[in-house]
Write a protein of this length. Structure first.
Length: 313
């Protein structure tokens, strides 16, 4: 039994506790494990894909919250610091994360390994309106490119993230890549139920160019004639799109589930043809139970919605 007075023992215990709290992250005072490697991912779609590849081999920090707009979401000072101290930063690129890319660039200049996925999967260029010729960052609507991205992410993790089991990462990337391949085959099967002359898309903005190219759709037009939701349509744009919809006999307008669909409903009202307004999960995942918590779930949901909107007589 200690012979120290109770107040001295309490003081000593308090000092020890304070030191432990201050240094726990460095010394493991409370028996915690040493810091694990961290992969920081900008968008939640890439975050889901990266988590499937990394598994338990490292911590994956996703910056973009569910239902957020990748064109406008930002990061806190603490998250910016995480970017610059990561073992690897995975980002979409090609201008998608407009408020975050400067932090990614700062990390790159500090010699943090970074991976711009969109630029690595043979990006397409926009083909219409004011965006023509510019690279399109929305590659994830094409599962074939996502499968390629899975392998690229796996290679980057194995190369740059110290302490991971490279064999495990490779196996996880292979397994998930097969699931993405199966998704692509299922999507084609479902889209084949839509007549060729009925595969016409009108969306909020230019986001489905890759899907259109892969599965033989025609993007007739967009409510916002741009590759970003930060732009706005003019009265002339709206009139031109209304005319296009009437001539093409479009059956549905597809709007992002996280974006207001007021403009799409205005088009529906002004158009002389009957047009359905159907929500899609185009640029962000949702919380669990909300229809698109994972990339695979998002694409299956969108496929069913597109078929429902266009396959009907």
């Amino acid at each position: 039994m200690s012979t120290e007075p109770p107040d001295r023992r309490s003081t000593a215990a308090g000092v020890l506790l304070l030191v432990c709290v201050m240094l726990a992250g460095l010394t493991g005072c409370f028996g915690t494990k040493e810091g694990r490697p961290t992969v920081v991912v900008t968008t939640n779609i890439l975050g889901d894909v990266t988590r499937k590849v990394v598994g338990d081999e490292a911590d994956v920090k996703v910056l973009m919250k569910p239902n957020a707009d990748p064109h406008s979401f930002g990061v806190s000072a603490a998250e910016a610091a995480q970017i610059e101290s990561a073992d690897l930063v995975v980002y979409n690129g090609l201008g998608l994360e407009e408020n975050v890319l400067r932090h990614v660039q700062a990390a790159k200049e500090s010699d943090v390994p970074t991976l711009g996925v969109a630029d690595a999967v043979e990006p397409l260029a926009y083909r219409t309106d004011e965006t023509a010729g510019k690279p399109d960052p929305h590659f994830w609507t094409d599962p074939s490119r996502v499968r390629k991205a899975v392998g690229i992410i796996g290679t980057a993790v194995a190369e740059h993230v110290d302490g991971v089991d490279k064999g495990a990462v490779k196996a996880q990337a292979t397994s998930y890549g097969k699931k993405v391949g199966q998704l692509g085959a299922w999507m084609k099967q479902r889209f084949d139920t839509i007549p060729k002359n009925g595969r016409k898309l009108v969306t909020n903005h230019h986001v489905f160019g890759y899907l259109a190219r892969r599965f033989d759709f025609q993007v007739v037009g967009t409510v916002i004639p741009s590759g970003t939701t930060l732009a706005s349509p003019s009265a002339a744009d709206m009139k031109s799109l209304t005319t296009t919809i009437e001539k093409a006999g479009v059956k549905a307008i597809f709007v992002d589930s996280s974006q207001p669909d007021r403009l799409a409903r205005v088009l529906k009202k002004e158009s002389k043809v009957e047009v359905a307004v159907i929500p899609l999960f185009s640029e962000s995942l949702t919380e669990k139970g909300k229809g698109a918590a994972t990339y695979l779930q998002m694409m299956r949901s969108n496929t069913k919605a597109i078929v429902r909107g266009l396959a009907k007589p």
